[in-house]
Design a protein around this ligand. Sequence first.
Ligand code: MRU
Length: 354
Amino acid sequence: MPNAPSTMASGGIDPIRYVENRVVLIDQTRIPETTTYLEIDRCEQMADAIKTMVVRGAPAIGVAAAYGMYLGAREINTETREDFFAQLEEIAAQLRQTRPTAVNLFWAIDRQLQVARTATVPLAEIPALLLESAKTIQTEDVETCRAIGDNGLIALPSQPEKLTILTHCNAGALATAGYGTALGVIRSAWREGRLNRVFADETRPRLQGAKLTAWECVQEGIPVTVITDGMAAHCMKQGLIDVAIVGADRIAANGDAANKIGTYGLAVVAKAHNVPFFVAAPFSTVDFKLTTGSEIPIEERDSAEIYQVGETRICTPGAEFYNPAFDVTPAELIAGIITERGLIKPEDLSRFSP
Ligand code: MRU
């Protein structure tokens, strides 16, 4: 029996909105305790929001950076073209330094630079073009996610009729302009009556699964069970999981996919238990310049994310820490990449290179 689709354009949760000359972000560091919003009207604030993960998730930080380019451009005060573009490059550099792994960030910044460079309007009108372009990137992302969600339906095993889908981190509406990638497939499966429930890895250390994915599911009445990351193998062995679907931050031309730390381990245990493992991502996440996943830069974050939970220190002083935020899943562990252009085998991805 199909479930009622959400009546809201983006699946009900809009992490980024442009309202009265400002960008309004849901503060993702405070969910689920409270839903608060941060108003951003300067590029520096946007860079800070990306760095501190107020806005996070590959497509979402791309959209945020696109708006950041506009916010920076509208403050440029110069008469000369040369000076304008020198300052715009500085704004781009500031945004590029925020987070290294998700390629959508760089993709969106480059797209905005291209809009500005190819503009045939007076300098004073370029910021307005960048605003329109940021809005377009945002709208396109929601449409792309909806297409990914629906394309994912063909990837789903035909049996059982109602599937239990395991996901890692948050690849939902919050991580995109709305609807989500991996969670987009889950939303479409729910709408079509093909979903039994979601198993959400809690996703140490930032807990995006426990905090964000579970919150999104509960908002829409999608049944969700949260497990710690180390429980996934056991759940698969118990036959509790029919399919695993995750998002991605950057995919190399050979289909190797970087995603939140723990994804690689999940893919290995999925293989060991014959659970199909899919990556759902838009083409803006594919970096055709990289031949393999070993070239993907992996962000390392503050050790406090490991030794501290909330305000409480959980580990003895004297220990050392290593905190890579992402890992790379080799293409051979991925059954298919669910994109806005359909389901693609990792080995076929390079055929789509522009
Ligand atoms: O560090 P984060 O929270 O930005 O990491 C996010 C992820 O790893 C997501 O799975 C990925 O960006 C895909 S989002 C559609």
